[in-house]
Design a protein around this ligand. Structure first.
Ligand SMILES: NC(=O)c1ccc[n+]([C@@H]2O[C@H](COP(=O)([O-])OP(=O)(O)OC[C@H]3O[C@@H](n4cnc5c(N)ncnc54)[C@H](O)[C@@H]3O)[C@@H](O)[C@H]2O)c1
Length: 371
């Protein structure tokens, strides 16, 4: 039996990666490609010997064997394409971020809930063994109650990179900067591994080093309902790239850095020690364990793992690893930071949908078109 018929919408950059991943998943069969730029659609159609389209709705109407669509267009187009698919009972795997605004993410989730179709979001780092183990350790209670989190995710992008696509780094074309493009993976990791979303965010976003209208550097203070605090910094203005998450819980400190995972286990819970010790200069003893050597390389990683999970979710009628509501959390964090920085005030989560729509409309109206 051939696999589930799938088409890719947006085939210039990431879309090609989608096609390559689909070819490796036996449960999927590539049936079509679509791109508003006819030359891109044609080239991909010829290269992969499938029908090529320039309009996703016409594509769905032309081939009823397309039961799933993977979206790799610029972010603003994800919601409309995903909702058009839901209306035709077509399952969707959308690239990150699933939308520019949380309000649009709500609409995508509602449309697929109504259609009873799978809506999945590409967050391939969830399949990386160190992230999966960190997620599991927290679920198992190995850290106890979380007191503090830290996220640093930095990389380097040049003005030439931003100029490589007219949509990039503009409010009109992208709806944000590092928070909407490079940081969503890290934001997703932070919320997925901890299982926590802050109740309030105070952010400072800046355009520090690039000739762009959106943020290339964003910092924030986070407050959580259970009393935990967090600090976050993401940017496209540094090298060497840094990827670091620290989670300090009552029972120890977990550090994810690069491809490594380390845990400092305390011999006594922090809160208990502080309350009960009579030692003036005492502290709980700790032992570091480098968990990196214990990580087992999974059979599939990256987009191949994401597409395999998507295919199984459809075939077995089970949720994908990253559902619509899961995918929305990183958009919620990014929107909260943009709203906070633009207003200069702390923002409560969930983000007020109407306030964010008003803000982004204003920013888009002022947005300059790239040459
Ligand atoms: N998961 C990851 O690690 C990862 C990596 C890179 C990009 N992405 C995401 O993939 C998406 C695309 O990024 P990219 O770098 O491939 O962009 P890109 O500019 O290289 O390609 C986007 C393509 O979409 C086409 N397109 C635009 N609107 C369309 C529409 N309405 N219908 C059909 N085609 C349309 C464009 O013509 C273009 O060919 C973004 O949302 C980005 O965040 C994810």
């Amino acid at each position: 039996m051939s696999g589930i018929g799938i088409a890719v919408v947006g085939v210039k950059g990431m879309g090609k990666g989608h096609i390559e991943a689909i070819k490796k998943v036996p449960g999927l069969e590539l049936r079509g490609v679509c791109d508003v730029v006819e030359a891109e659609a044609k080239a991909a159609g010829e290269a992969y010997k499938v029908a090529a389209y320039t309009d996703h709705v016409k594509m769905l109407e032309a081939d009823e064997k397309i039961r799933a669509v993977a979206i790799a267009t610029p972010h603003w187009f994800h919601p409309k394409i995903a909702i058009d698919c839901a209306k035709r009972k077509v399952h969707v795997l959308t690239e990150k971020p699933m939308s520019v605004t949380v309000g649009d993410a709500d609409k995508m989730i509602a449309a697929h809930k109504k259609a009873k179709t799978v809506l999945a979001v590409v967050y391939q780092h969830r399949f990386a063994p160190m992230n999966a183990l960190a997620h599991k350790m927290i679920r198992e209670g190995q850290l106890g109650r979380i007191h503090r989190v830290l996220l640093i995710e930095t990389c380097c992008r040049s003005n030439a990179y931003y100029a490589s696509g007219a949509w990039r780094a503009t409010w009109r074309g992208e709806g944000g900067g590092v928070l909407l493009n490079q940081a969503p993976h890290a934001l997703d990791m932070l919320q997925w591994i901890t299982g926590l979303m802050p109740k309030e965010i105070y952010a400072l976003n800046e355009t520090a080093m690039h000739k762009i209208e959106v943020e290339d550097r964003a910092s924030a203070l986070l407050r959580y309902a259970g009393g935990a605090v967090g600090y976050l910094h993401v940017s496209t203005t540094e090298t060497p790239n840094q990827g670091r998450i620290e989670i300090f819980g009552d029972k120890g400190l977990l550090v994810i850095e690069g491809d490594g995972l380390r845990f400092a286990k305390l011999d006594q819970p922090m809160a208990e020690f502080i309350a009960k010790t009579d030692k003036v200069w005492g502290r709980p003893q700790h032992e570091w364990t480098d968990l990196t050597p214990t990580l087992v390389k999974p059979e599939k990683t990256g987009h191949e793992a994401v597409f395999a999970d998507f295919a199984e979710a459809i075939a077995n009628k089970r949720p994908p690893l990253v559902t619509g509501p899961d995918g929305r959390n990183s958009v919620e964090l990014a929107n909260a930071m943009i709203l906070s920085s633009q207003t200069g005030k702390p923002v409560k989560l969930p983000v007020a949908r109407a306030a964010y729509e008003r803000l982004i409309k204003k920013l888009v109206a002022k947005s300059k078109k790239r040459a």
